[in-house]
Design a protein around this ligand. Structure first.
Ligand code: ZN
Length: 497
């Protein structure tokens, strides 16, 4: 069996290498490739993913899976590895190839249609594509099967094991708590001025400050690098080459800074995964939601905390004359300003989850055939008015703002809000286990936190599914209570409620 296991790993490594090569080509495409290279690059990428697909669905793969599934008493890692390979195999085999090819073709046309529709702010252009995308996804759910809710099957692609039944509870609680806090904040006497963040900041000074913070967070620059791209992202090829990108806005100090801290959180997760998971297909973060828990923990819970800025504010004032005369309190509050807005990616920490919950509620009804695509703009706008008190003037700042649906990504959005919940749940545990948690942060010592995250979460890669991991780390199931408590504590102070 040991020999078979080594052979199986060698086989899986081939898939990993192909995926890593595709990843590197993708990174280059986003960071520095000349425009005219796009068509050739597209062919390279589709060739490589075709090769990976063949390995993933081959008879050899089938034999390995059958051999290992029949064995008893496998260790956690081997068991998880076999389960993952089996899931990939089953999923690709259950969907008829010609339907899948038609779907891939549809998504590439849908992306172009979405871009045009967004540019012209006209939902009608995107509508027929979205209708087809929804119906394809409904069809795929039938092939793949479901127990209680059709949408569960799509959620499972991004957050294995999560269900509508559970999300309805936690998101419902979270939505009500945020809406109630928002109402209180709107009536608060405290008015926050954040105009000093909108002065002019050069790219170079922003970059240096971000690099300084990333270094302090424990992002390993010998196993990573930072570049510029239109949309910030993290990508890795193994755990020794984990790259991040950012995007600088001259008149918004917070944009690149917090995106660096966010991507830094994703990257530290990948860098800290155990070396011996190489060749198991488990050497990456376990789910989108758990990944977001790390990035959003660093960005918000840590990066927007009083203690964090107790240490970094003097450094900011030293580096940026733009902050002359801005007190610590003004600086801290401006980082935590709450302003309900229309665009998810520009929203503040408090209202962010509402943007996600709106998409969740809509997707769930769409996939279950309870609402129609043609009614989406109206439903979207009504929900924004009800939860956030703002109303889009057009489809571009409403239902067309995100590209996810055009790529067929239904079930993806909830991970963003789940990340907030997981992150606060981990925080609860950290506070219990680290008596000097706040003191360490205020002194700029972020290492103990990183090591705790590594020991409890990062090193396991994808060995445990999200629900297993949460239970293992915190002793509890997923709950909204820690995040709600965190939000109340924070905003009661910031807005003196
Ligand atoms: Zn992220």
């Amino acid at each position: 069996m040991e020999t078979r296991l080594e052979e199986f790993k060698e086989y899986l490594r081939k898939i990993e290498y192909l995926n890593a090569a595709s990843g590197l080509l993708y990174w280059d495409m986003r960071v520095g490739m000349p425009k005219k290279g796009i068509p050739y690059r597209g062919k390279m990428l589709s060739y490589l993913s075709g090769e990976a697909y063949k390995l993933q669905t081959s008879d050899t793969m089938k034999e390995y899976i059958e051999y290992f599934v029949a064995l008893e008493g496998l260790d956690d890692v081997t068991k998880a590895m076999v389960e993952r390979a089996k899931k990939n195999y089953d999923q690709t085999k259950k969907i008829p190839e010609e339907r899948y090819i038609a779907y891939v073709e549809l998504t590439s046309n849908a992306e172009a249609a979405w871009e045009e529709a967004k540019g012209k702010s006209d939902f009608e252009i995107f509508k027929p594509f979205l209708e087809k995308l929804v119906s394809f996804n409904q069809e795929f759910v039938e092939y793949l099967g479901y127990e209680k809710n059709k949408y569960d099957t799509l959620l499972d692609n991004y957050e294995p094991g999560i269900t509508v039944e559970r999300l309805d509870v936690v998101f419902g609680e979270l939505r009500d708590a945020i809406v109630s806090l928002l109402n209180k904040i709107e009536n608060s006497k405290v008015k926050i001025d954040d105009n000093f963040f909108k002065k002019s900041f050069t790219e170079k000074e922003q970059e240096e400050f971000s690099l300084f913070i990333l270094e302090k967070m424990g992002y390993d620059f010998e196993a990573g690098r930072m570049d510029v791209s239109t949309h910030p992202f993290t990508i890795n090829f193994g755990n020794k080459d984990v790259r991040i990108t950012t995007h600088y806005l001259e008149n918004e100090f917070r944009s690149a800074l917090f995106s660096c801290i966010h991507e830094g959180g994703h990257a530290i997760y990948e860098q800290n995964i155990a070396d011996d998971l190489d060749g198991t297909m488990l050497g990456g973060g376990t789910s989108m939601g758990v990944h977001e828990s790390q990035s959003r923990y660093y960005e918000n819970i840590l990066g927007r905390s009083r203690e964090f800025w107790t240490y970094f504010y003097p450094e900011a004032v030293k580096r940026f004359p733009q902050f002359e005369g801005v007190s610590f309190d003004e600086f801290y509050k401006a980082i935590n300003i709450v302003e309900p807005s229309l665009i998810r990616t520009e929203s503040d920490e408090l209202t962010y989850s509402l943007h996600v919950i709106i998409r969740y509620e809509i997707e769930k009804e769409l996939i279950n055939g309870k609402i129609k695509v043609e009614d989406l703009p109206q439903i979207w706008n009504a929900k924004y008015k009800e939860y956030l008190g703002v109303e889009p003037k057009n489809d571009a700042e409403g239902v067309l703002q995100d590209m996810h649906w055009s790529g067929g990504s239904f079930g993806y959005f909830p991970s963003y809000a789940l990340g907030n919940l997981y992150g606060a749940q981990f925080l609860g545990k950290m506070l219990k286990e680290m008596p000097d948690y706040n003191k360490n942060i205020a002194e700029g010592n972020l290492d103990e936190i990183r090591l705790w995250l590594k020991e409890n979460i990062h090193k396991y890669g994808s060995v445990y599914k999200p629900a297993e991991l949460i239970k293992k780390v915190t002793g509890e199931e997923l709950t909204a209570k820690y995040f709600i408590e965190y939000l109340n504590n924070k905003y009661n102070k910031v807005y003196e409620l």
